[in-house]
Design a protein around this ligand. Structure first.
Ligand SMILES: [Fe+2]
Length: 443
């Protein structure tokens, strides 16, 4: 395996042949070379095949089993074998606390990012829209977009500040990680846990999408309550990589995001040199089209929490630091019901993105690659055109299957970065979609 970047054709071919381990949060184990994984203990006096044993802790040692995440890595050289890290430019990446602008109660909506310059890789193409909390306190989240057209070559990235939930919108990604290789195309999501080194190669000429950087508790599957043992995202549909390693003795830059800044150190070898591993702190991918959508078969429709794929819990039960929610194809059958999402003011703050097609509450202006931000208590809901149409529609069973939208819903208001608040691709006049909602009241 080369440490250099693959062309998109090479990356696509590799992505097609990938094998995975299945299950969410499992105690997985994998070895790229038979016999590399020790058995019966984690840290033998001499690890098999002359490998170094190293633990990667994603939770405090003593957290309850339901939240405990850690993996043991068996690698050619320990991660500790590196020179000092030095600061490098943060580019368009920003980190909480977000203080460049004041929190804005207005409804905001953006068009897609402009195309990046040729030669922009995933890391260079990350652009922060905003967020909340404080990375040093491990609370809150950031919303980033990415636009890339080149592979990361001889450099890898790791994020000490949080886990990265990546949602491709245009073009797929090959993710080469310490745990092995994964691919994610539009309609799928990928998650890179806190601290895991990885690099990204586009599967197509260009790659664009969204990233939720979660500073808080790692995402987990929501509890199902009266829904029962099945439904929403199935644990078995989450896929972790099988071990794959790079035995490459060539300078490789490791860029680490730490408390908001990028730091760089050049290893004399690829740090993606893990030959075997076992544990629960692993990257994974999930195909959002596998989401088992549950809704009303009588009247009204449930709150959008019914569409939760993953949730990052906080110390208050039911109050997420951030939820990842997907609006997948589904049938609407409610009788005497206004079927699009209702008018709403919410203590939670909602960032929505669109992967393909259209969203049933917005007739126009909400485009793939763009996004909307409806902050705490801001009034939102269907636009005028959607309201008029849905209020008069004949209520036959109706399939919503022309789009795939998602939401990062968070307990704290999202403060935009200066670059997002002043962006040319910020839509001026978004409020207009709610103008002209006629008065129908008759006493
Ligand atoms: Fe809402």
């Amino acid at each position: 395996m080369s440490d250099g970047g693959s062309t998109s054709e090479q990356a696509s071919k590799i992505a097609e042949g990938l094998a995975y381990l299945t299950g969410f949060g499992n105690e997985h184990s994998s070895e790229a070379v038979p016999g590399a994984l020790p058995h019966g203990r984690n840290s033998p006096q001499r690890s098999p095949l002359g490998l170094y044993a190293e633990q990667l802790s994603g939770s405090a040692f003593t957290e309850p089993r339901t939240h405990n995440r850690r993996s043991w890595l068996y690698r050619i050289r320990p991660s500790a074998a590196h020179p000092p890290f030095t600061r490098v430019d943060n580019g368009a990446l920003r980190t909480a606390p977000f203080t460049e602008t004041v929190p804005d109660p207005n409804r905001l909506r953006w068009n897609p990012l402009p195309d990046p310059a040729p030669g922009t890789d995933f890391l260079a193409g990350l652009w922060t829209l905003g967020g909340n909390g404080d990375a040093t306190q491990r609370t809150g989240m950031a919303i980033h977009l990415y636009a890339a057209n080149a592979p990361m070559t001889d450099r890898v990235f790791s994020d000490s500040d949080g886990e990265l939930l990546i949602v491709p919108e245009r073009g797929g990604l090959l993710l080469r990680t310490e745990f092995g290789l994964l691919s994610a195309r539009p309609g799928e999501m990928a998650l890179i846990p806190r601290g895991v080194r990885f690099r990204v190669e586009p599967l197509d000429a260009d790659a664009r999408g969204y990233v939720c950087e979660n500073y808080g508790q790692p995402f987990e599957l929501p509890n199902l309550g009266p829904i029962g043992a099945n439904g929403l995202a199935a644990a078995r549909d989450f896929r972790a990589p099988v071990a794959a390693y790079e035995d490459v003795e060539r300078p490789t830059e490791v860029v680490n995001k730490f408390c908001g800044n990028l730091w760089s150190a050049t290893y004399d070898h690829s740090p993606l040199d893990v030959v075997a591993w076992h544990g629960t702190h692993t990257p994974y991918v999930y195909d959002m089209r596998r989401f088992n959508v549950i809704g009303s078969i009588s009247f009204d429709h449930p709150d959008p929490s019914i569409f939760t794929v993953l949730t990052s819990p906080s110390d208050t039960p039911g109050l997420a630091g951030v939820d990842f929610v997907v609006f997948a194809p589904r049938w609407l059958v409610g009788e005497d019901t206004f079927r699009p999402p209702y008018f709403h003011r919410n203590v939670m703050s909602e960032y929505m993105g669109l992967i393909e097609g259209a969203y049933d509450a917005k007739a126009e202006g909400f485009v793939p690659g763009g996004g909307s931000l409806h902050n705490m208590m801001s009034a939102h809901g269907p636009d005028r055109e959607t309201f008029d149409r849905a209020s008069a529609a004949e209520l036959k069973p109706q399939k919503i299957d022309d789009g795939l939208a998602f939401m990062f819903e968070t307990r704290w208001p999202v403060t935009a970065t200066a670059q997002a608040a002043g962006a040319e691709h910020l839509q001026r006049g978004y409020d207009d979609v709610w103008q002209g909602l006629e008065r129908h009241f008759r006493a």
